[in-house]
Design a binder for this molecule. Structure first.
Ligand SMILES: [Zn+2]
Length: 369
């Protein structure tokens, strides 16, 4: 009798360990994956799992036994802190529990950033050095937010240009404040910038902005406006960012988030999605809760109006969009050539698009089944 019990335990242990796996680069840090497939184990009992979440060891990540089923979409999406978001469409799962999904993880997307300092003319080298350091800190903060959240995108300063024109700097700051308050158009702001910096390929002005770089206009004299990002009237991000010198840490990361197609998490209408699937959701202040769990951390980069807390985290649902959306600056300027591109609105949740608030580490957020 004892012998048979031991045999049974051994059998169960072996059964639990068998799993398909995702092979990862040896230095893939903190990997997490989303898997779309047919699963027979709980809680997916014989059903199509959409965005099943796995996190774990860095080189070969077990993902239970995904099986073929003609009704089920098959896809694996890999997120790490040091590689770009990687999508394997149609990984070809078989009935065996030894399938290995090969990935060719590549370095994070590195977006170049050009800063334009528009303020007091005739700064000393020491003053310029201090500004340079401050802007580096803000850009490092933005990179850390996106990289540590596994969005696979970082930012590098390409240039910092000081423009000496006091009256222009003051006028531009005034218009920036009016844009921020909604009483002037971004186009008026851009027109005035064009006096010194050519935009959209205009070559008259003494300086020329590279439209394939993120251009950050740093305004010393802005008083109302902390920051904003400019899109075309059709909603296509221009990667042009106004930033006051200096706003709260996290503002630059937030404006870059807009350039990467992300909107404010408190305005995406997710309550409607929840109600549609018969779940309970309440809005409490500016924070939206789902089944007692806050969908977004207070430090989410895309909270609108957040000034008290540092904005330094993104969800994998946001990182997916920042990396893959065709309207993200990353793809508008082809920084991921050949990689999978999607069109996922913030509110969208289906087999092509993970839930915006999806976080791989949050086990009880089971809206994504
Ligand atoms: Zn915003």
């Amino acid at each position: 009798m004892r012998l048979s019990i031991c045999f049974l335990l051994a059998f169960v242990t072996m059964g639990a360990r068998a799993a398909d796996s995702v092979s990862l680069a040896a230095d893939a840090d903190d990997p997490g994956v989303l898997v779309d497939a047919f699963y027979s184990d709980a809680p997916y009992n014989d059903s199509c799992a959409n965005d099943r979440k796995f996190a774990g060891p860095p080189t070969s990540l077990p993902i239970s036994n995904a099986k073929p089923d003609g009704e089920c979409r098959q896809e694996v999406v890999v997120f790490t802190t040091n590689k770009r978001v990687h999508v394997v469409e149609a990984p070809g799962f078989t009935t065996a529990d030894t399938d290995t999904v090969d990935t060719a993880l590549t370095a994070i997307v590195d977006l170049p950033v050009d800063f334009w300092y528009i303020g007091t003319p005739g700064l000393t080298p020491e003053q310029k050095s201090a500004i340079d350091q401050e802007l580096n800190d803000h850009l490092d903060d933005a990179s850390l937010a996106f990289e540590s959240s596994r969005a696979g995108i970082g930012f590098t300063k390409n240039s910092l240009t000081y423009i000496d024109d006091l009256s222009w700097a003051q006028e531009l700051a005034g218009i920036a404040d009016e844009v921020f308050l909604g009483v002037a158009s971004p186009e008026a702001f851009r027109e005035l910038i064009g006096k010194h910096i050519g935009l959209d390929g205009a070559t008259g002005p003494p300086h020329q902005a590279d439209p394939a770089h993120l251009n950050v206009f740093v305004l010393e004299f802005a008083s109302e406006a902390r920051g904003f990002h400019i899109s075309s009237e059709e909603g296509v991000p221009k990667g042009e960012i106004m930033m006051r010198y200096v706003p709260e840490l996290g503002t630059l990361a937030h404006e870059i988030g807009h350039a990467l197609s992300l909107d404010h998490v408190n305005f995406v209408g997710l309550d409607v999605v929840h109600r549609d699937i018969g779940e309970y959701c309440i809005a409490f202040g500016s924070f939206t809760y789902y089944k007692g769990v806050c969908d977004y951390e207070a430090g989410n980069v895309m909270w609108a109006g957040q000034v008290d807390a540092l904005r330094n985290t993104l969800t994998e649902g946001q990182g997916f969009r920042a990396s893959l959306n065709s309207l993200s600056f990353v793809n508008l300027h082809n920084y991921r050539p050949g990689d999978v591109v999607r069109n996922c609105a913030d509110w969208q949740y289906d087999e092509q698009c993970p839930y915006l608030a999806l976080q791989i580490e949050t086990a009880d957020q089971d809206i994504d089944q």
